[in-house]
Design a protein around this ligand. Sequence first.
Ligand code: ZN
Length: 216
Amino acid sequence: MHFSLRLLMTLLGLAVMGWMAYVTWYRQEQDRRTTFFVLAVLVVPMGFLEYRAQANERELGHAASLVAKRDVGVRCQGLLGNLVDIGSELGTVQFDAEGEPANVTHIKRDACKWARDYASGNHRVTLNHAVGVHVIAHEAIHLRGWTNEALTECYGMQHDAVVARALGASQTQAQRLADFYWRMVYPDMPDEYRMSEADCSNGGKYDLHKNSDIWP
Ligand SMILES: [Zn+2]
């Protein structure tokens, strides 16, 4: 569990409700029943949303950890962050002055939504699913310590199926999604994210499984 504004609001709401219950039913000083129930109607759904959001992040974090080969976390952008957001990248990993990656990646609201939808059991091959799953894989390679975008993209792509599997897809479904990214999304990525065919392709320089026909 990690800190968030909504978590703070939930805890604060629960504390105020506790105090109201105490003065109303235990001390019988002031009748705060109405306010108590109005507050409950706000706090209970908020707590549920927060619980669900953190459970989702844990699932995505588990998938990212398999790729990063260490314990890392995924933080999904909240509604407020989304409203003030002007960046175009779907995910980020901070590196410190020594070049060490952080332990969490921050994923944009949309990308999280797409990955979450895939994780919810909808394993259809769609553009949104392919991008959502791939963003997790790509950022997880950054979390492993790689900073070069083209290399990260090439390695990330080869882990799309790992992430898809971790999110509940079968081996066939996972490979189909990775294949879709390779054929439909990768060719249109900006130059900074791409390598020559000789480098990033089946049997190419950065093929992680050179003696297998599976690609990516
Ligand atoms: Zn990147």
